[in-house]
Ligand binder design. Structure first.
Ligand SMILES: Cc1ncc(COP(=O)(O)O)c(C=O)c1O
Length: 372
């Protein structure tokens, strides 16, 4: 049997566009095409292409003027960059438990974590399934907090019909090769609160007003604020644009794979050997991840067994509150029962554009023969 990889990045055959480029550094004509695609399809007010989602999260911390001691509420069940971006500015992530049905931040646990120092709530739409945004936005309004959506995995997913990334003051996307839409490595900052638009461009351009210079609005460009080199090269943007044009087809295929897994694994859930992912009524996901919660502490043994059968499956986040640096730089704002449980029992199955029905069957058959 041929090996079934966990991920196989979707590739562009359109290398001609890259050899035709006139500009190779960031913020050229192809970047503008990508931004227009994001504005049209994700309904954000403006967008900036970045070299990673991590960079876009760092821009969020700068835009919010995060200072030493400021607190930012977020889940512990997330990628390190969600927290590290704020820690870099002296901020303190305050972790809140997740809802075990979605692996997303539990809105009912947020209020108890708010203090006078709280500046923002960062939500993570895990597996491209939306967080329950209405109660989160309500709490944020009551306490005058900013909302940031870490939508790294959530391109083209929706909440009550609204695209993810269009709801918070700011949002971030990842175009890393592990994501539905990628360019090797890249990301985007989506801006919905207009007060951040002008400064975000300065932060992207190394702290200069180069954007105004490019628009002939100043005679020379100069250093005006904090900043870094956050942009995405036109080479990556050209690859990205070719994938964005295919984004709806890619998403459709992934949802089809998700639904095939879901059907084939139904019986194991009925027998209480696994729990399949559940999608709340308010959410439409993008087929980013198909995961199982494996019962009876069998997850690690199942990974080993599938590896022997040449099927590559993986666990996911190690909770940040329990990491060596997390213990120094963060605090917990609720119990972490669900976070720890999900981290110990969640298993991600192979999921990529090129996965065949035969691959899916091989995978589910092997899971059944191990668990039953
Ligand atoms: C929730 C989340 N946020 C941020 C990131 C970082 O993305 P990037 O690799 O584009 O910096 C990831 C990466 O997987 C992620 O899963």
């Amino acid at each position: 049997m041929k090996k079934i990889p966990f991920n196989c990045p979707n590739i562009s055959r359109n290398l001609k566009t890259i050899s035709n480029l006139k500009q190779f550094s960031s913020n050229g004509p192809i970047t503008i095409k990508c931004i227009n695609w994001l504005k049209k399809n994700l309904k954000c007010k403006d967008a900036i292409l970045t070299h990673s989602c991590t960079a876009a999260l760092e821009m969020c911390a700068l835009l919010l003027n995060i200072k030493k001691g400021d607190e930012i509420i977020m889940p512990s069940y997330t990628f390190v960059s969600t927290a590290n971006a704020f820690v870099l500015r002296g901020g303190k992530p305050v972790f809140v438990d997740i809802d075990p049905n979605t692996c997303n931040i539990d809105p009912s646990k947020i209020k108890q974590a708010i203090s006078r120092k709280t500046k923002a709530i960062v939500v993570v739409h895990y597996a491209g399934v939306s967080c329950n945004m209405d109660p989160i936005i309500k709490i944020a309004k009551q306490h005058k907090l900013y909302v940031i959506e870490d939508a790294a995995q959530a391109i083209l997913s929706t909440y009550k019909g609204k695209p993810l990334g269009s709801i918070g003051d700011l949002a971030t996307l990842s175009f890393h090769e592990t994501k539905n839409i990628h360019c090797g490595q890249g990301g985007a900052l989506l801006i919905n609160n207009p007060k951040f638009i002008k400064r975000a461009k300065v932060l992207r351009d190394k702290g200069t007003n180069r954007d105004l210079f490019n628009q002939n609005m100043v005679k020379k460009y100069t250093w005006v604020d904090y900043g870094s080199s956050y942009g995405l090269s036109e080479i990556n943007a050209a690859f990205l644009y070719s994938r964005l044009k295919q984004a709806k087809q890619i998403t459709k295929k992934r949802i089809k794979i998700f639904n095939q897994y879901h059907k084939l694994l139904e019986n194991l859930e009925i027998k209480k050997l696994i729990k399949r992912p559940s999608t709340p009524k308010y959410a439409k996901h993008n087929g980013h991840i198909y995961y199982l919660i494996v019962r009876n502490n069998q997850r690690n043994k199942l990974i080993k067994y599938l590896k022997q059968k040449k099927i590559n499956t993986v666990f996911h986040y190690i909770p940040l509150h329990d990491s060596p640096f997390g213990r120094l730089k963060t605090k917990v704002g609720s119990t972490m029962y669900n976070t720890n449980f999900i981290s110990n029992n969640l298993l991600r199955l192979p999921m990529h554009f090129y996965l065949s029905k035969k691959n899916i069957k091989q995978c589910t058959n092997q899971i059944k023969s191990f668990l039953q």
